[in-house]
Design a protein around this ligand. Sequence first.
Ligand code: BES
Ligand code: ZN
Length: 627
Amino acid sequence: MKTVLAIFLLILAGVMAGKSQPDGRGGMAIRMADDVHSYANPQQAKVTHVDLDWTVLFDQKIIKGSATLSFQRPPDQVNAPLILDTRELTIEKVETSVNGTVFKPTTFQMGAVDKFLGAPLTIQLPPNAKKVRVFYSTSPNASGLQWLSPEQTAGKKQPFMFSQAQAIHARSFIPLQDSPQIRITYSARVRTPKGLLAVMSAAGNSQTSARNGDYRFSMTHPIPPYLIAIAVGDLKFQSLGKRTGVYTEPSMLAKSAYELADTEKMVEATEKIYGPYRWGRYDLLVLPPSFPFGGMENPMLTFATPTILAGDRSLVSLVAHELAHSWSGNLVTNATWRDFWLNEGFTTYIERRIIEAVYGTNRREMEAMLGKQGLLEELAGTPESDQILHINLDGRDPDDGATGIPYEKGALFLRYLEEKFGRAKFDVFLKNYFNSHAFQSITTETFVDYLDQNLLQKYPNIVSLDEVNEWTEKPGLPKTAPSPKSDAFEKVAAQAKNFMDGKALSIQRMQKDWSTQEWLHFLKSMPENLGAAKMAELDKMFNFTNSGNSEIAFQWLMMSIKNNYKAADARLENFLISIGRRKFVRPLYTELAKTPEGMKRAQEIYAKARPGYHPITQSSIDAVLKK
Ligand code: BES
Ligand code: ZN
């Protein structure tokens, strides 16, 4: 009897502490965090499944169809409405169902539009309603979709469409509760023009060439809405391993398959450290060059930029990164966008562990050094409040939080813990963390509690909670931050110094031995004001202006703008017109915009480039070049 009472009191204490509460089904649910980037009311009515029925209309640049949402309400909320997030959706009608099969019309209201959040859609429900069905179409300007004309594809014959939902763009193509703390399964039927293939972040992607224009998908694991993804185009598949493969346009397939050949090895390496890959297949989709990001970890189907196709597999840390999200991000998810570092910092740490396992410690350290250098530069130009991992994003676009800081500072924090506790203990800790929070969305506070219980207190007097708080809640980098070391980079820096001192370089040896990372470090070791003459010398030796490696070309073009090196002008224009990856194009326009002549050039180039950019890239560059 005493123990029963004790257990009761413990549960009560837990509920009062606000960590968990009854979920209305006789179980306990994690308390919902406040998400300032969603209008949804999951405490009252929580969506659990989304069934999509879509027709993809290329001529109108819209998706038209319906979304049928299953939801649950606790017993004391039987009269609560369902509130969904939307953005520029045209709602035709809304129906609701009690038994899940017969639907009847119901009333709904659209609230006021917020420029970041879109508008809430409030749906009235009878007390025992279980589902709603929203008939709608997207806007041709949907922020989460890009529609490409045939000329904008590699094949030039067929149109292409793809989605990008993170952070809060799913609501621009699905009316749903668009918060990462909501977890839903989904199913979809997608109709496309015959001859095109639709693929989604789900099971059901076709590996054959049969394209009847009618496809079905299902994601049976509960995922946050920002991981729903679709692409439609002239796509072909090639297998890479027993559960890995690549989709892309036919003319890109051989090059993609070559570049991504180590994918299966990467999955195996990650499983060895963090436990089984839980999603079934791991495929990649290599998109047209307007894809605004490097990669996106859509479950079962990573989306990737073609700018990683360097021809020598040197930029595949991007694959390691997106794959790592299958644990950090997709399995255990940030509950709100202020906890974004839980996704990206963990993932950047794991990315480097994968690189180490597959390519060795040297490569890992080079990439870690490039990461830390970038972080230090970025910290120097960022206001203190935005240097904090657990960042406050109230009233802001969550994309503002997607700087390098959650990635690299977060990764250094985990590396710090690894160094302090030793790899063996830290690996066990992280593996247990993933297993115990699998398919859950958690806040920074929940992670820090778990860390305290399972590492700090278990092995006392190694790291204190104050030290942890310094990492998560304070600006800058703690003095104890790890310092990656690379012998290879020391040799590179010596060559850079030789060059600056006017000494001869061993050009052939460098060309034969150096990796992309070494070339990047070489260029970054040059002084800011190198001068056009020295630039010309370098170009003569190494032909950087014509580098086919996007990272090296980008670095070189940045230097060309800063040093007024005219011989790279044509390449710069071509680069900006043919590539829409924001990480490259935004800094280039920003650098150009610093002088009046540069600004004029930037605007001329942008006039040609803008129609080919993704809405996300367009709005970023609009902001850079606004007069
Ligand atoms: N999930 C991110 C991309 C993202 C973040 C999209 C925030 C929208 C909002 C993805 O995993 C990522 O981090 N991509 C990086 C590449 C990576 C190797 C650092 C990118 O796109 O540059
Ligand atoms: Zn990431």
